[in-house]
Design a protein around this ligand. Sequence first.
Ligand code: COI
Length: 350
Amino acid sequence: MEITKTNHSRLHETDFDSLGFGEVFSDHMFSMDYKNGEWVSPQIIPFGKIEILPSLCSLHYGQVVFEGLKAFYTKNGINVFRPEKYFERLNKSCQRLCIPEIDPDLCINALRELLELDRDWVPRKKGYSLYIRPFIFAADNFLGVKISQTYRFMIITSPVGAYYKEGINPIRLVTASEYVRAVKGGLGAAKTPANYASSLLPAEEAKKKGFTQVLWLDGLERKYIEESGAMNVFFRMDDELITPPLGGTILNGVTRNTVIHLVKYWGMNVKEHRIPIDELVSASEEGRLKEAFGAGTAAVISPIGEIQHNGALITINGGKIGYLSQKLYNEITGIQYGEKADKFGWCYLI
Ligand code: COI
């Protein structure tokens, strides 16, 4: 692999004490092209502008996929959390978007080289991490709607703090009555920009009403809970943890998988089944809804304190973080920061 180092590092101009989410970028980036049926020319170069033409097909038709994973500073080195899971999902998204897949080992090696070079960009403070954004875009120039023959795969990284300004404090959600995120057979399970573009208007309207995010209901009947902005959702009811099943309309979250794994390991019942929003409202009225939280790479574990649906407002656990949310947050971040044993082989140390 060709490596060109920057001769102007921005490291010392960066204030690591006031990091937002995805606002500053590390010194280097990885880039590789797909041409004539193969991935070629892997290289690491200084983070900077890329040259594109206004006719770039992915700007027009969105043939793009991406991922989001994190690296943490630990006393034993830089810990990338479950990288193979994210690159596996990247390839699933590629299949749906007609993008050529990439060998996950090649992705992990590229990431390792990039992080070896930019290891000082991994924030040292607890609660902070290096967010890693791999993405692939179609690189042909044309205006017909068809599959591109060329692509570019890039990895950029960004030192980040909390995703939601609430941090680990409970967020407030509102169901979307006029919009849907995805329907079966659509793009809902793929990590592709279209899903995020379609979420912007509903999320903006939710914010105007004083909520943090939207709680999506299914696209067909608007009856079953799906997911929330950038997170899968979990509900603890009668000492059982319930989350919507992967049916092609929601994202197969790596943090979702981590939560299910840990909770089962702790001996608690976890069910993946459809949850009618009306049942959630009645479970809350009957005192059976004990806690709720969102789980995602960017957001980690984000307790849900309130949900508004059709004018009814559910307050969960008195609007405070529940014991399971706190326990999961402590366990997951403990493993990520190398403070708790990596019992399941989730840590990839650099
Ligand atoms: C992630 O958790 O990586 C996400 O998908 C959120 C991202 C869109 C900011």
